[in-house]
Ligand binder design. Sequence first.
Ligand code: FRU
Length: 489
Amino acid sequence: MIWNRKTRYTPYEQWPATKLPQLVAQARQSKWRMQHHIQPASGLLNDPNGFSYFDGQWHLFYQVFPFGPVHGLKSWQHVTSKNLVDWHDEGLAIRPDTPYDSHGAYTGTALPIDDQLFIMYTGNVRTADWQRESYQLGAWMDTDNHIKKLSRPLIAHAPAGYTSSFRDPDLIRTDHGYYVLIGAQTTAEIGAILVYFSKDLTTWTCQGELNVPADARGYMIECPNLVWIDQQPVLLFCPQGLSQATTPYQNIYPNMYLVADQLDLAQAQLTEPHALTQLDDGFDVYATQAINAPDGRALAVSWIGLPEIAYPTDRENWAHCLSLVKELTLKDGHLYQNPVAAVDDLRTTAHDLVFEQQRATVAALNGSFELLLTVPADKTVTVNIADQQESGQLQVTVDANHGQVMIDRRHTGNSFAEDYGQTRQVELTAHQTIKIRLIIDVSVFECYIDNGYSVMTGRFFLNDVPSRLKVQGDSKTVTGKVWEWRQSE
Ligand code: FRU
């Protein structure tokens, strides 16, 4: 398939009827399909959208282009869950089928209002001469999952002084009305977040630009997203082109967060924003969407994938996945991330680490499992995750002498994104115990360090299913356990 404007933006109904079943069958055969991470049946998945709790269940949508592993004509795909772990596919929810979203139903968010779910998203339009137009659109979903789009845009264009790179509305409910944060770019090509207010969800007025620190903006801000944790505002966003001098990062585009003391939405003012910090220290996290659940918990889900990077599954015509749902907490101004408690229910058989000499091996694993490991101060341990033949491996080094965790995907057998480095590292306090929870789900890892103080997430592609885990280190002091995970339902 040659991917050009024409093929990327071909209306879905113009594809031959046999195309999708073929692609779905091809993806299903992949050895890289995961058990418990949301992945597209075919084609490309990107940002999580509309994460919400509505009508007694969790709703999550994601950006999808079903016809290939490229960024083409995007829709919202809908999945639901009772427990945040087992997801049921509800099919395509928002299609690019109006003049306001003709070239993609782009990212947005949702809020339950009365007995419906209100959705706000960006309609992407390309004119005949391929100029971009961006509309902020609304839709209502009822308890039967029927979606009714509003016939007119809620916000028809960016204000003067901003380009048409204007997208990804994040809806916020307050006591006196609704706000929305929208990712934007000034005509001088500086990233921005615009704040709009509405009393009735119909008429929206621009309150101005949020005072994101000047060095935290890059040239475009995508996916701004606000959650409250212990009454403190936490702003998640993706400042494309961010200077490395502000916060170092290695991925093509970063997903960052800022904690502030206060946020006055009416004035678009953050008070005392703390240092800009990378949300995930691994290889592939982007476009994270976080919400406050009805019980107040801050829950987040990320796209595990990056724009403009080729992945090995591209040749199988599918790409990317979402992260597990993570609970966000704050301690001393630092954001902690951990998988939601229901993830523990995936555990089946436990294996203790039994060392012979300095090495413990757990073999015959089935692709999805986790390792809990405690490395005492001043010890170093390496963990290898390999296929049965050991033809490739993912390597995690926990160095509790220097206070470092390093993940190396150089020797997996199927390298990609080499230009952005094949290792990632987090720096912790030297000479202290380090604990990791390393989750492996076939071709994705999520490594939670020191109870979620840092997270390193990434894809890795072995030649076969991960089935051998090896821990090398000081057998007398290192403790750990491996849990197998059940197969998906
Ligand atoms: C981020 C993003 C969003 C946009 C969507 C389109 O990955 O570029 O800004 O709405 O993806 O799929």
